[in-house]
Design a binder for this molecule. Structure first.
Ligand code: ATP
Ligand code: MG
Length: 424
């Protein structure tokens, strides 16, 4: 026999036992997005490689090490999207959505990064991303964060995530800071690990989130980014902090928070948790006022964030097990006797007409009543509807509450109303 075929490492199947919870979580996220007036945008999963190089930056982990790039049959270099912002901006420019307009967009779907797979880190993973174009004030930054806080409350995880915030200022401010930081690092080069030495000249801000404890220790004496901020960014950041306080959202200013992608300026933020081990960042984002222009559009302020859905689902499962997927089936229709299967199928159809939200499953494959009741239990149905020849002849049905065991016989014409009240 041929060798067993398997999924690619780090790329997961999501089976029915998982997808029901995913759907409920996604449903909650999308409903809340709607209450803030956001609209969905769908972009291709594959884009031209230079888009990501230009948007994300050449000297970033994503572009240097993590992209799935390949040549298509025409010899053009394409890449499986590692994140959604670049494609969203590309689409916005291409379709004229951005110039002189305000857009509040979200997208959801798979992203691809060649990383070492482990809990909370995969090679194909799903993000929900949110991007706002055309607004430059700190008020919209605050609203995005308020919306995420609402998500956490609705998902019952608010106690398990905390907000880290920073401002990385304007491009010029960062250039000045960069020079000061490099000068400092040069004086202490012997304490830097290989990664930091390499980044020191290519992308020195990334040294700030080095994982090496020695480097972190060294950085306590380094110049602080906050001292190099331009006045406008400083004011912007103060405005954001004030609005968050007004909204009652606690935050920590983390001076070392710079984020991995080059396009950010001013506000950067992350929601982190200690409940997931090493992969603690659930959601991160910030302002990227320069990106639209950098990708060929007219200068447009923008702010957004992306959330890792696998991490979010893991977190909900870990800290709020009461947030469960709804049952697959509410009512399971059982029948036995000549002509009853057709009647059962008809009854199920009538119920779907009357109660569009009701989940009705009809027994197929025959079997005696005992077997059919066992199937009803296996599917998690709360109610069994039973038809024998007598019930079919009399236009009646037996309704059995599978939790309490109570049952009664009633006219089929009364069934929909009864079910609606039983199931709430
Ligand atoms: P990390 O530091 O964990 O690698 P990142 O800074 O690379 O995260 P972003 O590019 O900001 O992540 O992506 C936003 C979110 O997407 C992350 O906060 C995380 O929840 C999720 N995410 C990123 N990479 C992965 C991955 N390989 N597997 C699962 N989720 C991921
Ligand atoms: Mg990463």
């Amino acid at each position: 026999m041929a060798k067993n075929l398997q999924a690619i490492r780090g790329m997961n199947d999501y089976l029915p036992a998982d997808t029901a919870l995913w759907q409920r979580i996604e449903g909650t996220l999308k409903r809340v997005l709607g209450t803030y007036g956001f609209s969905e945008i769908r972009m291709p999963i594959v884009e031209q490689t230079p888009l990501f190089k230009r948007a994300i930056g050449e000297v970033t982990d994503v572009v240097e090490k993590e992209m799935y790039s390949f040549e298509d049959r025409n010899g053009e270099s394409l890449t499986l999207r590692p994140e959604g912002t670049a494609g969203c901006v590309r689409a916005g420019i291409e379709h004229g959505l951005l110039y002189n307009q305000e857009q509040r967009l979200w997208y959801i779907g798979p992203m691809f990064r060649y990383e070492r797979p482990q809990k909370g880190r995969y090679r194909q993973f799903n993000q929900l991303g949110v991007e706002v174009f055309g607004l430059q004030g700190p008020d919209i930054d605050a609203e995005l964060i308020m919306m995420t806080a609402r998500w956490w409350r609705e998902l019952g995880i608010a106690e398990h995530v905390s907000l880290e915030l920073n401002s990385i200022g304007s491009l010029d401010a960062r250039k000045n800071y960069r020079d000061a930081l490099v000068a400092f690092l040069e004086q202490h080069i012997e304490k830097l690990d290989e990664d930091s030495k390499r980044r020191m000249y290519t992308n020195p801000l990334r040294v700030l989130d080095s994982k090496s404890p020695e480097v972190q220790e060294l950085l306590n004496g380094a110049p602080a980014l906050a001292d190099y901020l331009d006045d406008e960014s400083r004011e912007h950041f103060a405005g954001l902090c004030e609005l968050l306080s007004l909204a009652g959202i606690p935050y920590t200013v983390n001076q070392r928070l710079v984020r991995g992608l080059d396009y950010y300026n001013r506000t950067v933020f992350e929601w982190v948790t200690t409940s997931l081990g090493a992969q603690g960042t659930v959601c991160g984002g910030g302002r990227y006022d320069g990106l639209v222009e950098q990708l060929g559009g007219r200068a447009t302020p923008a702010v957004g964030f992306a959330m890792g859905l696998e991490r979010l689902v893991l977190l909900v499962q870990a800290v709020n097990p009461d947030f469960k997927a709804p049952a697959t089936v509410d009512a399971y229709v059982i029948s036995s006797g000549t002509g009853t299967q057709g009647a059962a199928m008809q009854l199920a159809e009538t119920l779907r007409d009357a109660l569009p939200e009701l989940k009705v499953m009809t027994n197929y494959g025959g079997g005696n009543f005992k077997k059919q009741f066992a199937r009803a239990d296996k599917w998690g149905a709360r109610i069994a509807l039973v038809l024998g020849e007598d019930e079919v002849a009399a236009q009646q049905v037996v309704i059995k509450n599978l939790q309490s065991g109570e049952q009664e016989t009633l006219a089929q014409s009364e069934l929909a109303v009864r079910l609606a009240s039983m199931l709430g």
